[in-house]
Design a protein around this ligand. Structure first.
Ligand SMILES: [Fe+2]
Length: 360
């Protein structure tokens, strides 16, 4: 069977249909580039992580590879290249250093993967729309992640993107949000390092945005496409409260807008994945007329924040403060998901179950 037939006769076809006709050629083309692994026809296991310092040891890849996930999600800060003044050759050097790690190369060549950026691979610590070099940096991202010439991300500003995998009843949608390219400047704290106000305080000006208008409209459309389980990936934490670092809580109206969009589109099965914080944790956020929003933060594949301590009013259990990645296993028969964290030795650090019926 040649690839064209394969595409048309497997659940791949479902994926392609949901992506539109151009995706067909883009997938074929991405595979023509060489070592891009094929997309999975169904999803049972997802691994997810963020914050990878290209200059540090990376034993974590062996643990991830041992689990053979169907897809790996790179959640941002996939390299660190945010020294100022920003220079393209610094970013290119960071990507080249990262590419040379054998475990990373093996994963990139053998495991299907998607990526979104955060501040340190965009190029400015805690940066947003104001970053002057974001288009040049975006181009470097597109090339490093081997995105084909006709990928929609090459034709628009920002790196937001979505894909769906699997047949009806077992369809997984991965929505990658760009929380950097369009983000307004957050309001600076008046008490630096005070617990709860470490860097920023909430700003309720209606003009302040996390996603920008075009990405909000796109997200609203994405949430109306059919899926049984939807992972919304954001570089920064989304529904988390209790600290004054970066996150959607810097703009409470944007947090509420996200809940409103999930409610108004009737999207079921939404769970949140985030990074940035150099900790691991699971959170649960409840609000009126909406199922609980669970959020898993997995950050620190090479340099977790070992001394981390924070209040975590909507956190479930303790912080993970050692290097880790997240593993998500979906049992479609039992209609449940198990998720948690594993360390560089492939040992579970924490594991929780969620019934998919909770996300209705
Ligand atoms: Fe980071």
């Amino acid at each position: 069977m040649d690839r064209r037939q394969l595409l048309q006769t497997t659940a791949y076809g479902t994926l392609l249909a949901s992506l539109g006709a151009c995706a067909n050629t883009s997938l074929v083309k991405s595979q023509a580039i060489g070592k891009t692994p094929p997309w999975p026809s169904e999803i049972h296991k997802i691994a997810f992580g963020s914050c990878i310092d290209q200059n540090k040891a990376q034993p974590i890849w062996q643990a991830i590879l041992a689990n053979q996930p169907d897809v790996f999600i790179f959640g941002g800060d996939n390299v660190y290249a945010s020294s100022q003044p920003w220079q393209l050759n610094q970013l290119e050097k960071a990507y080249a250093t990262q590419a040379a790690h054998a475990g990373f190369a093996q994963l990139r060549n053998t495991i299907a993967h998607v990526a979104i950026w955060d501040d340190h691979d965009m190029g400015l610590n805690d940066g947003g729309a104001e970053f002057a070099h974001k288009q040049v940096s975006q181009n470097a991202f597109l090339d490093f992640w081997r995105l084909p010439a006709n990928d929609p991300r090459r034709a628009r500003e920002g790196l937001y993107h979505a894909m769906s995998f699997g047949k009806a009843g077992q369809r997984v949608q991965i929505i990658l949000l760009d929380t950097r390219s369009f983000r307004s400047a957050p309001r600076k704290t008046d008490r630096r390092d005070a617990p709860g106000k470490e860097r920023y305080v909430p700003d309720t000006q209606p003009s302040k945005t996390m996603l920008g208008e075009a990405q909000w409209q796109w997200l609203t459309q994405q949430l109306q496409t059919p899926a049984d389980l939807r992972f919304i990936v954001s570089g920064v934490q989304v529904a988390v409260e209790g600290h004054g670092w970066e996150g959607w809580h810097n703009f409470p109206l944007e947090q509420e807008k996200l809940r409103h969009v999930i409610r108004s589109t009737g999207a079921k099965g939404v769970v949140l994945l985030s990074g940035d914080r150099h900790i691991g944790a699971i959170y649960k956020s409840t609000s009126a007329n909406l199922y609980p929003l669970y959020e898993l933060t997995s950050s620190g594949m090479t340099h977790a924040w070992q001394a981390a301590k924070e209040a975590g009013p909507n956190r479930m259990g303790e912080l993970i403060t050692q290097n880790h990645f997240a593993l998500i296993e979906v049992d479609w028969q039992q209609r449940q998901m198990q998720w948690g964290f594993k360390n560089t030795q492939d040992e579970w650090l924490k594991k929780e179950s969620i019934a998919l019926s909770e996300l209705q």
